[in-house]
Write a protein that binds this ligand. Structure first.
Ligand SMILES: *[C@@H]1O[C@H](CO)[C@@H](O)[C@H](O)[C@H]1NC(C)=O
Ligand SMILES: *[C@@H]1O[C@H](CO)[C@@H](O)[C@H](O)[C@H]1NC(C)=O
Ligand SMILES: CC(=O)N[C@H]1CO[C@H](CO)[C@@H](O)[C@@H]1O
Length: 920
């Protein structure tokens, strides 16, 4: 133990004052103005004593005056160390209320994981109240060391990788720690920076030149191409440090409104600024060293991804504006007529009675229970939407009345904030307005009573409508017309929407750039949501909405997930959530929000998938064919092709637009049938990958850099992606294109459909892709399990499956098959699930069952497709017995050897191929 601590305490005395050269390069650390950087001027700069104007730039003053000083020796805590800091010069401030004394604390966790907290030891500040999975004891032999400047020196710290000395984090310039403004800068090892969300990224790799700033705060903000904050809150990033691919990741565990900024110091050092307007600095570092390791390490702490039900991997169809049960029937009929696979039918708020949760419209949707029966008889599952806000019609609307009885709604933090004309019966609840035609109140999902009430409502609702999954939308939480005279969708005669009080929470001194981006109607931090001066409680402590705002989606997700475990006691809940926070992946499926039918946004959806896989939410996808605007035939065809490879594959569009389900255009219908059939064929592979994500915690959707971290070209590829490690999708996302350039990293790549060897990487090749084709490749070295596809997962004949064997240069390949009943809760327990390993070595394939023989019974392995096989076989034996020559077929042109067997998945298998390998 002592040895480990000694390794961590590495108090290095850094230089007391910066040399002129250092300060010059640090002038790139800009002084942030609440109004935005456009207002920068010498006069403006002079308003902040923490800022200085030099050479036409307003930047932070140097660390020795603007930051903190180490005050005393580091103390061993048994789990790391801590050291006191004090503000160097109280007169240097941005917005006042600087915390004079701080503690810098290093807490060791796993050998790959270290936490660094900077906090006020005297007045406890807000910290994210949801627990992380942290080890009880520190692990020995940490991969990291943390250095901090010595007693009396200006405060700096760095985090280093012990194996090679890489500096992962090196604080630059002054730390600012005020009541409502915290700012920290770090130099980075490289500009290979990825992550942070939920933002509108037009490239997966972050941009440093020009300087780029993004806000993070949960917000009901449709997708765009400008830097904006969207629905979720994920202050988590990864840096690839060197050419070998060593990588680390960092979570800033803080839920306050924040922003991050990427830029180059004057000497070219890639630098990152982190700013938040509340809470504390709480950083978790993960040392990898591979990008895939990071995912395991991060989700181990934040929450491992939920295991999806098998049917939820099927195709989902939805729209807002079916307007009636017959609208749904018509769309379903188009799918059937065209023979397009579908597993789920989803209904948006138009099914509700006056957009009230837990109701259905008695007129246009009066036969909703019949519709659900019809769909169920057709093997289609039903997802229904719920919004968090409930109408205040307590006399006529029982869910709100029961909620009021249990006192579950968010209140004003001070009774004096309750407007004098607040509606009768709403007590000191915060009253807003969303979709229903009456004002609404918002459940406080932090509160245990709320979870109990919500579970009961979900049960009563299921008694009325036998839904299979719940979609929770508008849970940032969204509110319309906040601070405005009239919400956009209000009937003219009504009074204004919620107006937030003027105070330090609703008008913080530095509201972050979120008030200047997107649809920023009132230019306040409460824009599109409820007021920051609301109060929530977990039953023990009270929290300002200002602090816990971004947790709303996660807390609603947990309540819904837990509620559904009671509605469906033996099944895995399916909850689709718009707003997410670290940990949401343990419970939720996520779609990337309100996008538009736009080619750029089609590309951005791939980046969004990468981001959310990093954030631990592998069940992700964008609205196929776009939510807003109308796609043309070509765009919808291309998007259906791409969407067939989203883990969460759903076509969905908005009210008032033309139908865009794939059956609308015969050509799109054909193309969709073809590509979804391909998806359905390989669902066993996607399911096995999802199981790995859930269990072994690998990514389902991988950027190329995850598999080829030392390949510098792969690090910039964000228009191709992998399923697991073995399948590469290169969609066409350019209007009019009938071919595209594909980057093939190291190894052999076969066309999935034509089974031919296409490329030996690394190489870039132009591949043909007429409208009906999406290029998809199998990586040499992989074995992909498949099944004979059907029109949905219930109908897939489970007695028949196969595998695609794609050998590498050494004629080796491997894969796994995971199987269970597809939905039983917690059936990933070994006793209830099946797992086998497949290994191909030269001319021999073996399958060894690891567990769950019983679960696998009834399913036969019938076909083995070996790609790139050099010549026809002379004989083939299966488990030692020779099979007749009708038992295989060789396609000389494709070099595809297909072997037809019929062996239960429950049995171990050995297939040996004999052929004349002379003269090859
Ligand atoms: C609201 O929460 C704040 C912060 O915990 C607390 O100081 C305040 O007393 C609370 N207000 C009410 C009405 O409970
Ligand atoms: C559904 O109703 C909305 C609002 O009345 C209308 O704008 C839309 O055109 C309708 N959709 C269909 C498919 O009829
Ligand atoms: C809808 C709206 O007000 N958008 C504005 C948000 O802020 C930017 C920058 O101030 C404006 O350009 C937008 O018009």
């Amino acid at each position: 133990m002592v040895r480990v601590v000694a390794q961590v305490i590495l108090a290095v005395a850094l230089t007391g004052s910066l040399s002129l050269g250092q300060q010059t390069k640090l002038q790139a650390i800009e002084c942030p103005f609440p109004e935005g950087q456009d207002v920068a001027s010498e006069a403006k700069c002079a308003e902040y004593t923490a800022c200085e104007w030099t050479d036409g730039r307003c930047h932070m003053v140097s660390n020795d005056v603007g930051g903190y000083v180490v005050d005393g020796e580091a103390q061993d805590t048994g789990r790391g160390f801590k050291v006191n800091l004090k503000k160097a010069d109280a007169s240097k401030t941005m917005f006042g209320a600087d915390v004079a004394d701080l503690v810098f604390e290093v807490i060791q966790h796993e050998n790959y994981h270290v936490q660094i907290k900077i906090y006020d030891p005297v007045n406890a500040r807000y910290e994210v109240p949801l627990p992380l999975n942290l080890p009880a004891e520190a692990e020995a032999d940490p991969l990291y060391s943390v250095s901090v400047s010595g007693n009396g020196e200006p405060f700096h710290f760095s985090v280093n990788r012990n194996t090679n000395g890489n500096t992962l984090f090196r604080s630059e310039g002054p730390l600012t720690f005020e009541d409502q403004f915290i700012q920290l800068h770090t130099g980075l090892m490289s500009s290979y920076l990825y992550g942070f969300g939920e933002n509108t990224h037009t490239s997966f790799r972050q941009v440093f030149e020009p300087r780029t700033t993004f806000p993070i705060f949960a917000r009901d903000q449709p997708v765009g191409t400008e830097p904006m904050n969207e629905y979720g809150h994920h202050p988590y990033y990864m840096v690839m440090e060197d050419d070998f691919g060593n990588s680390h990741s960092v979570l800033l565990h803080n839920s306050n409104a924040m922003e991050y900024s990427t830029f180059l110091l004057d000497d070219g050092t890639p630098t990152l600024t982190l700013r938040t307007i509340g809470g504390i600095i709480d950083l978790h570092f993960f040392l990898g060293p591979d990008p895939e390791d990071l995912n395991l390490q991060y989700t181990n702490m934040a929450g491992t991804p939920a295991m999806p039900t098998y049917w939820s991997l099927g195709f989902h169809l939805s729209r807002w504006g079916y307007n009636s049960t017959d609208g749904v029937r018509a769309a379903r009929e188009r799918m059937k007529v065209m023979g397009i696979p579908q597993d789920v039918q989803t209904c948006d708020i138009d099914y509700m009675d006056r957009q009230r949760d837990f109701t259905y419209d008695p007129v246009s949707w009066g036969d909703m229970p019949d519709l659900i029966n019809e769909l169920h008889n057709d093997n289609i599952k039903v997802t229904l939407i719920l919004d968090p806000a409930l109408v205040i019609d307590f006399d006529n609307y029982a869910p709100a009345a029961r909620g009021k009885d249990s006192d579950v709604f968010i209140k004003w933090s001070d009774p004096s904030f309750v407007p004098s004309d607040q509606e009768a019966g709403t007590d000191d609840y915060m009253v807003g307005y969303v979709w229903p035609d009456t004002k609404t109140i918002f459940p406080d999902f932090l509160k245990p009573e709320t979870a109990t009430w919500w579970t009961n409502e979900l049960k009563l609702f299921h008694d009325a409508l036998q839904y299979d999954a719940i979609w929770i939308d508008m849970n940032e939480p969204a509110n319309f017309g906040t601070n405005l005279d009239k919400p956009w969708n209000w009937p003219e005669e009504r009074t204004p929407g919620v107006k937030c009080p003027e105070n330090k929470w609703d008008s913080p001194p530095y509201p972050t750039m979120m008030i200047r981006v997107g649809d920023n109607q009132s230019k306040k931090i409460s824009d599109h949501t409820i007021c920051m001066s609301g109060n929530q409680t977990d039953g023990t402590k009270t929290y300002l909405h200002y602090d816990v705002h971004s947790l709303y989606g996660l807390t609603e997700t947990i309540a819904t997930f837990n509620g559904l475990t009671e509605v469906f006691p033996k099944k895995r809940p399916v909850v689709l959530s718009r707003s997410t926070f670290p940990g949401s992946g343990k419970y939720a499926v996520h779609w990337l929000g309100d996008n538009a039918a736009d080619w750029t946004q089609m590309h951005m959806s791939i980046i969004g998938m990468f981001d959310f896989n990093m954030f631990g939410l592998p069940m992700v996808g964008a609205d196929v064919c776009g939510f807003f605007n109308e796609p043309d035939l070509e765009m919808c065809a291309r998007w259906m092709q791409l969407g067939a490879f989203y883990p969460f594959s759903r076509n969905y569009n908005t009210m008032g637009t033309a139908d865009q389900d794939p059956g609308v255009w015969p050509e799109v219908g054909e193309i969709s049938r073809e590509v979804l059939t391909l998806r359905y064929k390989y669902l066993p592979f996607l399911y096995t990958s999802s199981h790995h994500a859930h269990n072994a915690r690998e990514l389902v959707i991988r950027p190329l850099l995850n598999e080829f971290p030392a390949d510098l070209l792969a690090r910039d590829v964000d228009d191709q992606f992998l399923w697991g490690s073995g399948l590469m999708v290169a969609p066409v996302i350019t209007q009019g294109a009938t071919s595209r350039d594909v980057y093939f990293p190291q190894g052999l790549w076969y066309d999935l459909v034509y089974a031919k060897l296409v490329a030996t990487g690394p190489t870039t090749q132009t591949v043909s892709a007429p409208l009906e084709i999406i290029p998809v490749f199998v990586r040499g070295g992989s074995i992909l399990p498949y099944q004979v596809p059907a029109l949905n997962t219930v109908e897939s004949p489970q007695e028949s499956s196969g595998c695609t064997v794609a050998p590498d240069e050494l004629m080796i390949a491997q894969g796994q098959i995971f199987w269970d009943d597809g939905e039983r809760c917690c059936s990933t327990a070994m006793s209830q699930s099946y797992m086998s390993r497949l290994a191909y070595y030269q001319d021999e394939l073996t399958m060894s069952v690891k567990h769950g023989q019983d679960v696998g019974i009834g399913i036969n392995l019938e076909t083995i497709d070996i790609l790139g096989f050099p010549k026809d076989a002379q004989s083939i034996s299966v488990n030692g017995a020779e099979i007749p020559s009708s038992g295989w077929r060789y396609d000389r042109d494709a070099r595809l050897l297909s072997i037809y067997i019929s062996v239960p998945l429950a049995d171990d298998l050995n297939v040996k191929i004999y052929y004349d390998n002379d003269g090859l």
